[in-house]
Design a protein around this ligand. Structure first.
Ligand code: 48F
Length: 264
């Protein structure tokens, strides 16, 4: 006698496919698409979904978290400077005080709690999905993204002639980290010019990234290290407070844009 309820293999497959299709159909048109599921993208997604918006996070890897999973080097530890430890308090992540105003946490613990909080808030994910292009409408306003299945970049061209699919959204957030992949699609068309990120300077970079987080082009908001790449700000290495606060700031800016588009 099995302890599990009886089922057949076809029912398992159908359950997965129909659930995926329902979600994919619904999120072909989202309020916000966030490209990149690292700390800034997850934080922005959590805040926006918490506010009742339909949020899709597009991530090229099969795991979420980006640089937040492992923190500094191979050591599974990450640092945050005050006041960003308050986000760890919100998420229920334990941490130690290293120095005055400097805190250290276990990266897998912080990352898994942030992912869970983003899921709890109601954000949805498209994994193994890479940004291929953007949708541009009147006045070159960004109106969504064009995505493809990530593994095709490892296949020979003859085998990988796979057309991408477009996904519409009212706002797109570029949270792709150092690459600033979404902004680069506009740069290719001469619509924006990125400066490239500067050398490492923690004291300066964290404030600057949060301050510069915002709408960089109609319909496109930038968060996290993409902000440093666009504005030529210094990088900061394994300290993550500004990634979380930049994600929060990106969510505030996005909510304001959405409110202007359709006042509540
Ligand atoms: O790199 P990542 O963690 O970006 P972030 O949120 O945080 C940066 C820090 O981790 C660290 C740092 C500061 O502490 O210097 O590096 O700015 O996460 C970016 C995510 O975007 C995905 C990538 O796989 C990663 O998970 N990504 C990048 N390009 C694409 C993409 C793309 N073209 N399509 C889909 N996902």
């Amino acid at each position: 006698m099995s302890i599990f309820h009886p089922t057949s293999e076809k029912d398992v497959t159908r359950a997965i496919v129909s659930s995926f299709l329902r979600q994919f159909e619904e999120y072909a048109d989202s309020d916000v698409i966030i490209v990149g599921g690292g700390p800034s993208g997850l934080m922005a997604g959590r805040e926006l979904a918490h506010g009742g918006l339909r949020v899709l996070i597009v991530e090229r890897n099969n795991y979420l978290g980006g640089g937040f999973w492992i923190g500094g080097y191979f050591m599974n530890k990450l640092t945050l400077r005050a006041p960003a430890q308050q986000v760890l308090d919100e998420l229920g992540v334990p941490y130690e005080k290293a120095n005055e105003g400097l805190y250290v946490a276990d990266a897998p613990h912080a990352c898994s709690k942030l992912i869970a909080a983003t899921c709890d808030a109601g954000a949805k994910f498209a994994s193994l999905t890479m940004l291929e292009d953007v949708i541009l409408r009147e006045g070159n306003r960004v109106a969504g993204v064009v995505v493809n299945w990530s593994p095709i970049i490892y296949l020979p061209k003859e085998v990988a002639a796979l057309d991408p699919v477009p996904l519409e959204s009212k706002v797109v957030i570029d949270a792709t980290g150092h690459d600033a992949s979404v902004v680069k699609k506009l740069e290719q068309r001469g619509l924006i010019k990125t400066k490239g990120e500067g050398g490492l300077w923690i004291e300066k970079s964290e404030d600057a990234v949060v301050e510069h987080t915002g709408e960089v082009h109609p319909g496109l908001v930038i968060a996290g290290m993409a902000v440093a790449t666009v504005y030529g700000l210094p990088r900061m290495g394994p300290t993550f407070g500004s990634m979380l606060l930049s994600g929060k700031r990106a969510a505030e800016v996005t909510a304001q844009i959405l409110e202007k588009l359709a006042p509540i």
